[in-house]
Design a protein around this ligand. Structure first.
Ligand SMILES: Cc1ncc(COP(=O)(O)O)c(C=O)c1O
Length: 399
């Protein structure tokens, strides 16, 4: 009997799924699975922030009360109570309450980005992103065959004046994606005057700003610039997440934007997952209603602040001259620039041999630049291992 060859399914994979960015994420996740490494790699929350007992108590309450909402399908836009909880938080934290037809509950922020992509992007459409930016966003936009164009950043966030120049030269994006607060991976925030200019450009040139606020509530102090959505709800679609404030095990987030955009997202959502999981929605609603989220945030912010300060102090102590890094005021990341000629890919490989995981910067650029950058995440690494991890890393950077 003739032996049949195993089918090579990748030959049949859709064109839009090819490319190496997905492999990049897989490489990052592979590091996370190795408990022997001191990992500055993944941008995961610290399990110390997970509200295990409270989540268990709430589940017990739902069961005892014979509640069915938490266990049933939900409306595509979301359950009324959780929508109210998110709208109330937006009002309290960002100073603007969305109308009922402006808010959709999503299965995490990443789904909000997918829904925007699905609703707006045809092959070859231009999406402007920050250089560097969140890898998941590059993937989401690429999966709709968009052309992803990066505009550089500096310590004050996206260089909006450079975007203005590119627009004047004829760049015509449908979407401009930005993470204005404690950016992933750069660890910087967008300056106030740049926020004003960005929304003005959106109005002038007719593009939609996609504002990702994944780390907004994790500032180390109370200072926050106004969200882009609160400045210009007519041209901004904000994607938010509960992954860093509750826990990522319930995939939950929101999209808030102009009513017609919101309606389009609801329609796109009907044939992705139809609705975000009701159980997570109800947990979040109660977590907000009882004030637990604010209690937890006080603890989470101080934990991440402590870890960040420890990492920055270790960098200061150990890194050779010519190495630079950003000083985050919140979030999970600092962005390191190696001395001239440094090769972050090579460093990442050698670091694994010394028991340390980092992510080379090129993964955060659509065009593979960032060869001498490293993203350092302080969120998940054990506090007591930070000094040792940075010392080992620095010994590999030193000439
Ligand atoms: C900037 C940014 N947006 C979105 C996400 C994903 O959020 P979610 O877990 O809600 O899908 C992350 C997670 O790392 C992120 O860093």
């Amino acid at each position: 009997m003739a032996v049949r060859e195993t089918p090579r399914w990748d030959r049949l994979f859709a064109e839009r799924t090819r490319g190496d960015v997905g492999e990049g994420i897989a490489a990052v996740l592979a590091f996370l699975g190795r408990p022997d490494l001191i990992s500055f790699a993944g941008g995961f929350p610290d399990p110390l922030t997970f509200p295990r007992e409270r989540a268990a108590a709430l589940l017990g309450e739902f069961a005892a009360a014979g509640e069915s909402n938490a266990f049933q399908y939900a409306p595509t836009r979301g359950l009324a109570g959780p929508l109210e909880a998110i709208a109330g938080r937006l009002e309290a934290l960002q100073g603007r309450r969305p109308a009922d037809d402006e808010l959709v509950i999503t299965s995490g922020a990443i789904e909000a980005l997918e829904l925007v992509g699905k609703s707006f992007l045809d092959r070859g459409d231009v999406v402007v992103v920050e250089g560097p930016t969140y890898l998941g966003a590059i993937q989401a936009f690429r999966s709709f065959e968009a052309e992803v164009v990066a505009i550089p950043m500096d310590e004050h966030g996206l260089q909006v004046d450079e975007l203005e120049r590119r627009l004047a030269d004829g760049l015509r994006p449908k979407l401009v994606y930005t993470i204005p607060d404690h950016q992933n991976p750069a660890g910087v925030s967008l300056a106030r005057e740049r926020r004003e200019l960005l929304v003005e450009l959106a109005r002038r040139h007719g593009f939609l700003i996609v504002e990702d606020v994944a780390y907004r509530e994790l500032g180390f102090d109370d200072e926050a610039e106004p969200s882009l959505w609160s400045l210009a709800p007519d041209v901004v679609m904000q994607a938010g997440t509960t992954s860093k404030t509750l826990f990522p095990g319930v995939r939950l987030g929101w999209a808030v934007g102009p009513a017609d955009v919101s309606a389009q997202l609801v329609s796109a959502k009907q044939n992705t997952d139809q609705c975000a999981g009701a159980l997570g929605q109800r947990l979040f609603e109660e977590y907000v209603r009882r004030g637990w989220i604010d209690e937890q945030l006080v603890q989470s912010r101080s934990l991440y602040r402590r870890k960040c300060e420890r990492m920055l102090a270790a960098l200061e102590r150990c890194m050779p001259e010519g190495t630079r890094w950003t000083s985050p005021k919140g979030g999970f990341f600092s962005w390191l620039t190696l001395p001239d000629g440094g090769d972050a890919g090579d460093l990442a490989r050698r670091a694994v041999d010394r028991g340390v995981a980092i992510v080379p910067g090129s993964l955060f650029f659509a065009d593979g630049s960032g060869g001498n950058n490293v993203r350092l995440s302080f969120s998940l690494v054990e506090e007591t291992k930070i000094d040792d991890g940075i010392e080992r890393l620095a010994s590999l950077v030193r000439p």
